[in-house]
Ligand binder design. Structure first.
Ligand SMILES: CC(C)(COP(=O)(O)OP(=O)(O)OC[C@H]1O[C@@H](n2cnc3c(N)ncnc32)[C@H](O)[C@@H]1OP(=O)(O)O)[C@@H](O)C(=O)NCCC(=O)NCCS
Length: 294
């Protein structure tokens, strides 16, 4: 009764359109699976195969229509994907997403039942609304902030920085950084665009820090990451980048919420944010993953 098929043609996409998060761009490189019950669409799964130390089946989206839940649809979608992932010699599958804690608790039994490891929370995602900025008087405070940049450092927005510097940063020629600090959104599943990203450049020839602000569907700016190269820490560059981003936000993007992701492994950043954001009315979502070895 439950049938799983690949979504590849325009007609397939049209059939499953209402389940497809309009923000995930369709890509031929990904595996898209659709589930139907008696020909009626009821769920989808999209995944990529990525190569790190070994191959990983990276599930980007799994959704089953509420009225057809608990009927085995997600199980069948996963079975089909895992069969494919095994054929491609994947060593594990992972599903990452951002949700509130209530939803994470609701879906955890499903993943446990299927043999995934317990949920791993990766980051807190704070949302600060424009209403808060208007009511709290923070707009003026941030917009008028005086920022002193060290003499041999210049701060550039993403569209003004020298492309060859970006290329060598991408190639990690003279710097290494963890994936969570990656400033290139094209490496992420939503492929959001830079809107308020700043790079700190030392002596015009080395990128030494960045704060990445991405356009989250025209509604929010997602401040994905703030990073300063080890050697250049303690020069207040983190604070400078953050203040300049906020200043831009408060002058140019006042209709948008701030979405701020902070890794739960980053004690200093969490502490910094908790002091800095006292009194902020913020909702917390969590970036999490479920993993299963194959
Ligand atoms: C999580 C989700 C995909 C599960 O889909 P589903 O089609 O209902 O799952 P299945 O019917 O295949 O469930 C398989 C097993 O897990 C159990 N299960 C499923 N959802 C459960 C829940 N909320 N609580 C407890 N057990 C659950 C089922 O009982 C079933 O076990 P059984 O075969 O022993 O009865 C679905 O709830 C969903 O789309 N949620 C919203 C989107 C989402 O959060 N996606 C995941 C992160 S991106």
């Amino acid at each position: 009764m439950i049938k799983i098929s690949k979504i590849c043609t325009k007609d397939d996409i049209a059939l499953f359109k209402r389940f497809i998060n309009e923000y995930i761009p369709f890509s031929d490189d990904s595996l898209w699976l659709g589930a139907t019950i008696n020909g009626i669409p009821c769920g989808v799964l999209f995944a990529d195969i990525i190569s790190e130390d070994s191959k990983i089946g990276d599930i980007q989206f799994l959704f089953v229509h509420p009225i057809t839940r608990r009927m085995g649809v997600a199980t069948k979608l996963l079975n089909t994907f895992i069969e494919e992932a095994k054929k491609l010699k994947c060593k594990k599958v992972i599903i990452k997403s951002v949700k509130d804690m209530k939803t994470i608790n609701e879906i955890s039994p499903f993943f446990k039942n299927y043999g995934f490891d317990p949920v791993e929370i990766e980051a807190n995602i704070y949302t600060i609304t424009p209403q808060y900025f208007h009511e709290s008087g923070k707009i003026e405070e941030f917009a008028n902030r005086k920022i002193i940049i060290p003499p041999n450092i210049k701060i550039y927005p993403s569209d003004e920085i020298d492309k060859s510097l970006l290329d060598s940063l991408k190639a990690k020629s003279d710097i290494d950084y963890l994936k969570i600090y990656d400033p290139f959104p094209e490496n992420d599943k939503f492929k959001l665009k830079h809107i308020n990203t700043l790079f700190a450049v030392y002596n015009s020839n080395e990128i030494v820090g960045w704060m990445v602000g991405l356009d989250a569907f025209g509604e929010s700016i997602y401040y994905k990451t703030l990073f300063v190269k080890e050697k250049y820490r303690h020069l207040y560059l983190g604070l400078i980048l953050q203040n300049m981003c906020l200043k831009n936000h408060m002058t140019k993007y006042l209709d948008r919420s701030v979405l701020l992701g902070i890794s739960i492994r980053n004690d200093r950043a969490l502490k910094f944010f908790s002091i800095y954001s006292k009194g902020i009315n913020k909702d917390i979502n969590y970036e999490f993953n479920f993993t299963k070895n194959l």
